[in-house]
Design a protein around this ligand. Structure first.
Ligand code: GLN
Length: 246
């Protein structure tokens, strides 16, 4: 039997825009190339929660999508909080990043409470922040992607951003040069694009953390030369994209 890794794709029906499903495909493929057996659980409103979870991926969504999932999301809040506190790796993009914060007040004045894993709040404004985004992260180096959001996010005191935006893009709020947030092994970010195909260091952090937590250490299992070559190719494509963007 191979070593399974259980990945939850959170609300793919309503929270999946600007290519965020590419993050799930990337994690699945890289896990296979490292010799693991990814099991992808699509979790939408009303679904049963899987018995075992190693890694959670959530995407962005329109304000309407965020409103649709919010009740179910609160039903899962305790579980998500305890998984996060326990060190489960998670990647939350844009709309779900906002709802991992304390609240999101939309442009039309609706207040959506978040589940408070990230001490941050978001306020919608009528000018959207749209465009390519480049940031520098101490842990991951240059990170590239694409942002499109109305919400301005403000991190609470002491919350670590994912990176710093010095050039292109707006990031969390267009003012303080921060982008995203990092709490336990949870990464929240405005980076669509998809993020993970272009930023393998983040994919590998999520994978290594998930595998270490489940199996004690992260090793490449019985990797064939073809699998190794495909990884080299994928990383070269990503490196070219980052060189072009940075
Ligand atoms: N609806 C949110 C906003 O506009 C999130 C958008 C997104 O996920 N791209 O801020």
């Amino acid at each position: 039997m191979g070593k399974t890794i259980d990945v939850v794709s959170l609300y793919p029906k309503d929270m999946n825009i600007y290519g965020d499903s590419g993050n799930v495909l990337t994690i699945r493929r890289r896990l296979e190339l490292y010799g693991y057996e990814p099991r992808i659980h699509q979790y939408n409103q009303g679904d049963d929660w899987p018995d075992h979870v190693d890694l959670i991926l959530g995407g962005g969504g329109q304000d309407t999508g965020q409103k649709k999932i919010i009740d179910d999301f609160f039903g899962r809040a305790e579980l998500l909080r305890s998984l996060a506190a326990d060190g489960t790796p998670m990647l939350m993009i844009c709309g779900l990043y906002q709802l991992f914060g304390e609240y999101f007040e939309t442009v039309d004045g609706t207040r959506l409470d978040g589940i408070g894993i990230i001490k941050a709040h978001t306020v919608g404004r009528d000018v959207r922040m749209i465009g390519n985004l480049v940031e520098h992260s101490e842990q991951f180096g240059d990170v590239i992607g694409y942002e499109n959001h109305s919400g301005q996010t403000f991190l609470g005191e002491g919350v670590q951003p994912l990176g710093r935006v010095d050039q292109d893009g707006r990031g969390n709020n267009g003012d303080d040069h921060t982008e995203g947030a990092r709490v336990h092994n949870v990464i929240g970010t405005y980076m669509h694009g998809s993020l993970l195909p272009k930023n393998p260091a983040i994919s590998d952090f999520l994978i290594a953390t998930a595998v270490e937590r489940r199996y004690g250490s992260f090793d490449k299992i019985d990797q064939t030369p073809e699998q190794a070559a495909e990884l080299v190719r994928l990383d070269a494509v990503a490196a070219n994209a980052r060189k072009a963007a940075a």
